[in-house]
Design a binder for this molecule. Structure first.
Ligand code: GUN
Length: 291
């Protein structure tokens, strides 16, 4: 079994980005600049956004964190987005999800300038991704493609089973892996809460991408030998033995599943760190596109 080490791979990618940034600056270019908007005080979301901002500093980017209160109105948020859209110094920005219930998420994502949409969530960029045209690929599926690529996991002709149909992970992952591309050419089955005979399907998989948010859902009796498992889940479970008061648990019962795997991502230290590295990659791309 080979561990797909997202922490190390993300560190390699960030070092490559940092090198590119120093070259850009030597040539008199300005630093790439990422902004992030977060609405409310959700602990997990704040942790993720802070990690994104810190990662920017480490690779030599400028970063701006805009914190808005929970009771921010939709029109106030649209106003902040309009300001970032016209700010010439900002290369890309993200609006951290989920948003409070009183705000229409789709309306917000559609207000972001597609050229600054480094999350790749705007329908124009989702459309380009689906057509295999150059665009910003969302950080989580992009990170998974990169991890499979760097570990030379073969996908061509393989049966990939994606668990989950979210707009952020399951849906784009299934589209990308079925496309004609370096990491792609797979036969993809997408499963969700209404799928019947799920175990029959997962038992046929060469590669499983688990993105449903149910802790330790994928068990050893659901997979065949020599499979590759990508665990996108990161649920916080209360744990009084931890200083933070919680531990992170993936969608995969790692101890039993890993025994049957050729490749598997750990949680934490698998897909999570890759997501941040790929957001930085998209921001660098946005910055270079402008010059
Ligand atoms: N919430 C969970 N994942 C993401 C992500 O990739 N981008 C944003 N903006 N919010 C998220």
């Amino acid at each position: 079994m080979i561990l797909l080490d997202g922490k190390k791979t993300a560190a390699d990618i960030k070092a490559e980005i940092a090198l590119e940034v120093s070259t850009l600056i030597e040539r008199g270019h300005k630093k790439p600049h990422l902004a992030a908007i977060i609405v409310g005080n959700d602990g997990a979301s704040l942790t993720y956004v802070n990690a994104k901002v810190k990662a920017c500093e480490r690779v030599g980017f400028e970063s701006t964190l805009i914190r808005l209160p929970e009771n921010t109105t939709e029109s106030d948020l649209l106003n902040e987005i309009a300001i970032l859209n016209i700010d010439k110094d900002i290369d890309g920005f993200i609006v951290q999800l989920p948003l409070p219930k009183h705000i229409d998420e789709q309306k917000i994502l559609m207000a972001v300038d597609p050229d600054k949409d480094v999350d790749g969530f705007h329908p124009m960029n989702v459309g380009k991704m689906a057509l295999n045209l150059p665009t910003f690929i969302s950080a989580t599926p992009f990170g998974i493609l990169e991890l499979l690529d760097r570990y030379n996991v073969q996908t061509s002709g393989k049966h990939v089973v994606v668990l989950g149909r979210s707009h952020i992970v399951g849906s784009p992952m299934s589209i990308l892996l079925s496309q004609k591309r370096k990491v792609g050419d797979a036969t993809v089955t997408i499963c969700h809460s209404r799928t019947k005979n799920l175990k029959e399907i997962t038992l046929q998989a060469d590669i499983i991408v688990a993105a449903i948010g149910i802790p330790e859902f994928l068990k050893a009796d659901m997979i065949k030998e020599n499979v590759t498992v990508i665990d996108v889940g990161i649920t916080r479970l209360a744990d009084s033995t931890k200083q933070s008061g919680f531990r992170l648990v993936g969608d995969v019962a790692f101890d039993e599943v890993s025994k049957k795997c050729d490749f598997i991502t750990p949680v934490p230290g698998g897909v999570g760190p890759m997501t941040i590295a790929m957001l930085l990659k998209n921001t660098l791309l946005a910055c270079k596109r402008k010059s």
